[in-house]
Ligand binder design. Structure first.
Ligand SMILES: Nc1ncnc2c1ncn2[C@@H]1O[C@H](COP(=O)(O)OP(=O)(O)O)[C@@H](O)[C@H]1O
Ligand SMILES: [Mg+2]
Length: 376
């Protein structure tokens, strides 16, 4: 890792009585990246997170924050320099959204007017209406409250954010939305984020790096999601990431090698893609109109491509451009063929098939499909 770590655990142990709940933890958390602590319940993730800002004091070892032992400065100063987001957002119920967001900046001495102006901008940043500023936490949905929680953590202007299962209590659809918002936000902000979850899918989606915690408060593996899925360090990690591991791997593989067929390609099998304004609008077959499956947006992953095929009533996935206009169809066989190529690439093996079909000719087929879509 090139940049100096933002946070470093050096042989850190936390004991309650004689029992170590975090045991001799050594870990470097890189700057400007999302590092996820993942593992089953009770393995010391929350404790480790809270030791960073000393909501929990460690028993042994040393924790460096921005290169300095976290015991050097007064604890309130340390805490205000680190944003914190809890599972239940942790908003003050008797304070408006605006007051919740401006609390820490005000404590830090930011003038009221400036703190309010910045809070309103933060509402934009996390995707909330400015009108929510005057609401109280009880008037917000779970998803909105979490967005306020994130805004409040950002308001401290801190380069480090700790997030403890912030999306775990949110229903799946809204959760997916919040996860994407966090990724979008991070694209702009490049904060050091330490994110705790028990959900390996969430870890893979969000993490630049993942620390897999094992019972007993140790780390079984630290690496990129890709490394951990490709080469689990031990049986424990393999079984923890095991479910759907093959599917999850497809998340890292681009679909540029999937051949795109013309929009009419399924007609021989009795399926016609219906278009509305150039956009897919379900399938026509035997006089019936069936809703379509998930769309494959150009530039997506092999997992997206496969999902498009598997969710389509015709068995043909539909590729669209960024505006949602239909580009062409994806055949199950061509997606599987691309996964086969990806497999050889991944293991650095020489492919047994002749590489007659060039990337160029595939580009052409995608372009042809696009023309077909425009004229259909
Ligand atoms: N204040 C405490 N006193 C005693 N044991 C605790 C305390 N806080 C946490 N523990 C124990 O430490 C272990 C790790 O807890 P925690 O860090 O919350 O795990 P996780 O976040 O991975 O679910 C658990 O066995 C928990 O019961
Ligand atoms: Mg926890």
């Amino acid at each position: 890792m090139a940049a100096a770590p933002a946070i470093e655990f050096r042989s850190v142990t936390k004991k309650y009585g004689d029992a170590a709940v975090v045991d001799n933890l050594t870990l470097s958390i890189p700057q400007g990246k999302i590092t996820v602590f993942v593992g089953p319940s009770g393995c010391g993730k929350t404790t480790s997170l809270r030791m960073i800002n000393r909501m929990v004091e460690h028993t042994d070892g040393e924790i460096l924050v921005r290169g300095e032992a976290n015991t050097t400065r007064p604890v309130h100063e340390l805490r205000r320099s680190i944003g914190y987001v809890l599972q239940q957002a942790g908003l003050m119920p008797h304070q408006s959204v605006l007051d919740n967001i401006t609390t820490v900046p005000r404590l830090k001495g930011v003038a009221k007017k400036q703190a309010r102006a910045e809070a309103l901008e933060l509402l934009d940043t996390v995707g909330l209406d400015r009108a929510s500023a005057s609401k109280y936490p009880a008037q917000l949905s779970g998803g909105q409250a979490q967005r306020v929680g994130v805004a409040r953590a950002l308001a401290g202007q801190s380069d480090i954010l700790l997030m403890d299962e912030p999306f775990s209590a949110i229903d799946p659809v809204v959760r997916a939305d919040l996860q994407q918002s966090l990724l979008d936000l991070q694209q702009k902000l490049h904060r050091t984020i330490v994110f705790v979850t028990h959900d390996i899918d969430e870890a893979v989606l969000l993490g630049d790096y993942i620390a897999v915690f094992a019972p007993g408060g140790t780390i079984a593996q630290f690496g990129t999601p890709e490394e951990i899925l490709r080469a689990p360090a031990c049986d424990y990690v393999a079984s923890f990431v095991g479910r759907d591991r093959g599917m999850r791997r497809l998340t890292f593989a681009g679909a540029e090698n999937v051949a795109v067929s013309p929009l009419q390609a399924a007609e021989g099998e009795g399926w016609q893609l219906r278009l509305a304004d150039g956009r897919p609008d379900g399938w026509l077959t035997g006089g019936r109109h069936l809703p379509g499956g998930s769309l494959f947006v150009r530039g997506g992953t092999l997992r997206d491509a496969l999902d498009s095929v598997l969710s389509s009533p015709s068995g043909w996935g539909v590729a669209v451009d960024e505006q949602g206009k239909a580009l062409g169809l994806l055949e199950a066989d061509s997606v599987l063929e691309a996964t086969r190529q990806e497999r050889y690439l991944r293991y650095g093996l020489e492919a047994p098939w002749a590489r007659g079909e060039s990337a160029d000719s595939r580009q052409n087929s995608a372009a042809a499909a696009s023309d077909g879509g425009a004229s259909a």
